[in-house]
Design a protein around this ligand. Structure first.
Ligand code: DLL
Length: 435
């Protein structure tokens, strides 16, 4: 049976959702114009005033806002309310440049919890469930975001945060955790550890997992589902818009429903900024309709995916986004060819390798080098050189046919590649380090 947290809105007729979006957009544009001078200046530069925005059909007239604007206005430049009305901040991991700091009012936190409660309910969650939150707590939004949703739904909530894998497994067993929330790479690590401990799906009380915060493939989903004996649901979000719960998967596991009463999604051509039709692949852009403390209009996420409004078997009417295949800034250009880490993951998993790999790119004598370190399973591990050579050739050929370029395959022993407790680091691009 499909479960919902707020069925009336999650399954509302399209006209109702459209009316809500029209009304909220007009109000939000006015709020931003009146309270966020930085964005008002962008609107003025484009010659747009609030009077020009009468419905979502006028959305295209508004200027985009991008990560660079967020950095430039750090820390308070995009605040939409007085600081005294804010009750929390979260922040992105900020690998390059200044961190982005996002602010929340009490109302913003409340709506964010609703979004996460919808996601947990869509994964089958009820008051009867024990929900273990193994996303990191702290500045990262994963832990506290799903925590809020889990409590709001009424699950017994275990705030383990990430790490301390043995204790995670002890709680899963002792407290009979039924829903696990963490990154897919950490779920794979937990699954691997439980398997090594000799636990079979029958010994593991889990029934569902809610995994997001990084790109992961269908192959990885199947592998985690099989090892843990669960259904694995995807969840999407970003700090700039609140955190997890911007979009969530339902029982159909066929794309994530975007919470359209709170966010409007568009797909644009990342080069020209042109809005693309339904079904086309491009960069995802979001407008937040309710956030008061940090209200972003037409925020460029840099995530690449497509949208569909085809009917979903779960009954929800919210538009669905396909699994993002990566970010425009994750995409590697190696010897002139575009490469997404997720393409490599697909090939590895199809050939039976675990999702423990690392891509190392460098530049030697003006030519890009492209190494893929692939961990073998204990069953594959051998010192038979004929077998190792056969495997390297098989993998090399499969990657060449997927990507169009040849990688240097380095098969490594089990447990060589560091496991991730949060977002996995798959790519080491030394070209950047060496300038
Ligand atoms: O990762 C929020 C989150 C926490 C989402 C827990 C889901 C679960 P940030 O750290 O700001 O926020 O990173 C946001 O992560 O723009 C995507 O590139 C990527 N991302 C998030 N969810 C997914 C997903 C959180 N399900 C950035 N699939 C986003 C692919 C994802 N990429």
């Amino acid at each position: 049976m499909e479960r919902y947290f707020q069925k009336d809105i999650e399954c509302a007729p399209r006209e109702v959702i459209r009316d809500i979006q029209n009304k909220k957009l007009v109000e939000q544009v006015r709020h931003v114009w009146d309270h966020v001078p930085y964005y008002r200046a962008l609107m003025e530069k484009k010659g747009v005033t609030p009077e020009d925005i009468r419905s979502i059909d006028d959305l295209y007239k508004l200027p985009f806002i991008a990560k660079a604007d967020l950095r430039e206005s750090y820390p308070y430049g995009l605040l939409g309310v007085p600081l005294r009305d804010c009750v929390r901040i979260h922040s992105t991991s900020g690998t390059t440049g200044k961190r982005v700091v996002a602010f929340y009012t009490k109302g913003d936190l409340d709506l964010w919890s609703d979004c996460c409660a919808r996601a947990i309910a869509a994964a089958g969650g009820t008051e009867e469930d024990v929900c273990q939150i193994s996303y990191g707590y702290g500045l990262f939004t994963g832990g506290m975001g799903l925590h809020g949703g889990s409590e709001k739904l009424g699950c017994l909530t275990i705030p383990t945060s990430s790490g301390n894998t043995e204790r995670q497994i002890m709680f899963i067993q002792d407290l009979k955790t039924t829903i696990l929330c963490c990154t897919p790479s950490y779920a794979a690590y937990l699954a691997e550890t439980m398997k090594e401990m000799g636990l079979t799906p029958e010994d593991i009380p889990l029934k569902a997992g809610i995994f997001g915060a990084e790109a992961w493939t269908e192959e990885m989903r199947h592998s985690i589902e099989e090892t843990l004996g669960i259904k694995a649901y995807d969840i999407y979000g970003l700090t700039e818009l609140s955190g997890p719960g911007v979009a969530y998967e339902c029982s159909a596991q066929d794309g994530m429903h975007i919470n359209e009463d709170h966010f409007i999604a568009e797909i644009i051509d990342p080069k020209t900024g042109e809005v693309l039709p339904e079904g086309a692949e491009g960069e995802l852009v979001f407008t937040s309709l309710d956030k008061k403390a940090f209200p972003l209009l037409r925020y460029r996420t840099r995530d690449i995916c497509s949208l569909t409004r085809e009917r979903c078997s779960c009954g929800r009417t919210f538009v669905r986004m396909q699994k993002p295949k990566g970010r425009t800034d994750d995409m590697l250009i190696i010897r002139g060819v575009n490469v997404f880490p997720s393409q490599i993951e697909t090939v590895l998993m199809q050939l039976g390798y675990p999702a423990n790999y690392q891509i190392v790119v460098d530049r030697v004598n003006n030519t890009d080098t492209f190494d893929v370190l692939v961990e073998m399973t204990p069953e594959m591990f051998t010192d038979d050189m004929v077998e190792v050579t056969r495997r390297r050739k098989e993998l090399g050929d499969a990657l060449k046919s997927m990507l169009g370029i040849r990688a240097n395959i380095r098969l490594v022993a089990p447990k060589t590649i560091t496991r991730s407790e949060g977002k996995a680091v798959r790519v080491i691009d030394r070209r950047k380090l060496n300038g």
